[in-house]
Ligand binder design. Structure first.
Ligand SMILES: NC(=O)c1ccc[n+]([C@@H]2O[C@H](COP(=O)([O-])OP(=O)(O)OC[C@H]3O[C@@H](n4cnc5c(N)ncnc54)[C@H](OP(=O)(O)O)[C@@H]3O)[C@@H](O)[C@H]2O)c1
Length: 262
């Protein structure tokens, strides 16, 4: 691990140093990439297929003079992981943080799911973070932060969500163990759990738009949380303002999770 510390780099809500955002060019991940870059970070935004949204992020970054590099890499392959590690090393700077947003999953009843669905989902949602965190350990310094994106399905049963929920439960447990094991190094790990957000992810889910409409109707505030609200919380968790928060699950759902009717 590098000798230096990011304590002097990550001050208040200002972020300095390199931050890797997986799934960082679309949806919540894109909002986090923009938020972090606007806060002063050098962002590496990882993605896999969607060149259009990656190009839009790049164009926005150029228009605002933000420091954003794109890294197209499949997190479920050794080559993809090595490509990301190389991109981080190439910056020559310590890694201030890793935010793991990339996720996939089959949305079906358990009876229709196979071991292949399970392996496919776990490979990205859990194993890639496990591998990436370990590979990047030499680049982290005291003051660095890891944040994983979870969801209400990690702890509660949601129709057709068994495999993704199971992966988020595993991811949360892994994050809590990491939080304790790497605390002596000054590295914090936290879990960020948004409520439903109307991203493109819902379009790929059968009946997704109706589910979003229902979640909106039931929301205590009459609206869903936004990607920007989640991004600001991610920035807080990675900032020195959150220096005492480690191994915590921070729910950003506008109160939906505690409303008895939700
Ligand atoms: N949306 C919600 O309502 C909600 C609620 C709670 C929690 N969350 C969590 O928040 C996170 C972001 O959600 P979202 O809705 O913004 O997701 P999303 O729009 O579906 O984006 C998923 C991202 O993962 C990337 N990706 C997929 N497979 C990959 C692979 N093999 N290697 C690298 N990247 C890969 C995608 O890249 P491409 O763009 O190239 O395809 C995309 O950037 C997820 O962890 C999700 O579970 C979402």
């Amino acid at each position: 691990m590098a000798e230096s510390s990011t304590e002097s780099l990550v001050t208040g809500f200002f972020l300095s140093g390199v931050f890797l955002i997986t799934g960082g060019t679309r949806g919540i991940g894109c909002a986090i990439s923009v938020e972090f870059a606007r806060a002063g970070a050098h962002v590496i935004a990882n993605y896999l297929r969607n060149e259009k949204t990656a190009g839009e992020l790049k164009a926005l970054a150029e228009a605002e003079n933000l420091n954003v590099d794109l890294c197209r890499a499949d997190l479920t392959t050794p080559d993809g992981l090595q490509k990301i590690v190389a991109a981080v090393k190439q910056t020559g700077s310590p890694l201030g943080g890793l935010v793991h947003c990339a996720a996939i999953g089959a949305h079906r009843p358990i009876i229709e799911l196979t071991a292949r669905h399970l392996d496919w989902t776990m490979a990205l949602n859990v194993s890639s973070f496990f591998e990436l965190a370990k590979l990047l350990l030499p680049s982290f310094v005291s003051g660095s932060s890891l944040v994983v994106l979870s969801s209400p399905g990690a702890a509660r049963a949601i129709p057709d969500y068994a495999i993704v929920g199971a992966s988020k439960g595993a991811l949360e447990s892994l994050a809590r163990h990491l939080a304790i094991e790497w605390a002596p190094r000054g590295i914090r790990t936290n879990i960020l759990a948004p409520g439903a957000i109307a991203t493109d992810a819902w379009k790929a889910i059968p009946g997704g738009e109706a589910k979003v409409a229902e979640a909106t109707k039931r929301s205590p505030r009459g609206r869903l949380v936004t990607t920007e609200e989640v991004a600001r919380t991610a920035r807080f968790l990675c900032s020195s303002e959150a220096s005492g928060i480690n191994g915590h699950t921070l729910v950003v759902d506008g109160g939906a999770g505690i409303a008895a009717w939700c």
